[in-house]
Design a protein around this ligand. Sequence first.
Ligand SMILES: Cc1cc2nc3c(=O)[nH]c(=O)nc-3n(C[C@H](O)[C@H](O)[C@H](O)COP(=O)(O)O)c2cc1C
Length: 146
Amino acid sequence: MAAITLITGSTLGGAEYVADHLSELLTDAGHDTTIMNQANLAELDPAQIWLLICSTHGAGEFPDNIQPFVSQLQVQQPDLTPLRYGIVAIGDSSYDTFCQAGKDLDHLLAGLGAKRLGERLEIDVSLDPVPEDPAEIWLNSWQKHL
Ligand SMILES: Cc1cc2nc3c(=O)[nH]c(=O)nc-3n(C[C@H](O)[C@H](O)[C@H](O)COP(=O)(O)O)c2cc1C
């Protein structure tokens, strides 16, 4: 069983609800989970698995609550070679910058040596108004990588 830290980027709370739901499902499956809604690099262990759930705001911007963490990664450039992570990007395809923050976060982690488990999920809330539903389906296959 795995130790998984769920990290959220959310302005209006939707991504946090998705993280709560995925955390519950992972716990039911026997994993240890922690949710961080204000992630701080110094408190995170790259030997654990990170599951990032991040919406996009502004014009392709990161939500405010995850911006400090993103800046820490950009400035400190930690070696994340031991890290394995999954990513759920949430956005709205009516924006040109669809799921941009989730995509940027994915590229940032990969650029620091981390290995993504499975495919990145991109949830389009204009098609899936309840993002927990596609997230749950994605989790079923993502868990096989753990
Ligand atoms: C002001 C505003 C700007 C947004 N900008 C984008 C964007 O650039 N790209 C995108 O894919 N979605 C964008 N969205 C859609 C949000 O990502 C989407 O509504 C998401 O579900 C919000 O998640 P949250 O509740 O976790 O903040 C925007 C939404 C708002 C209200």
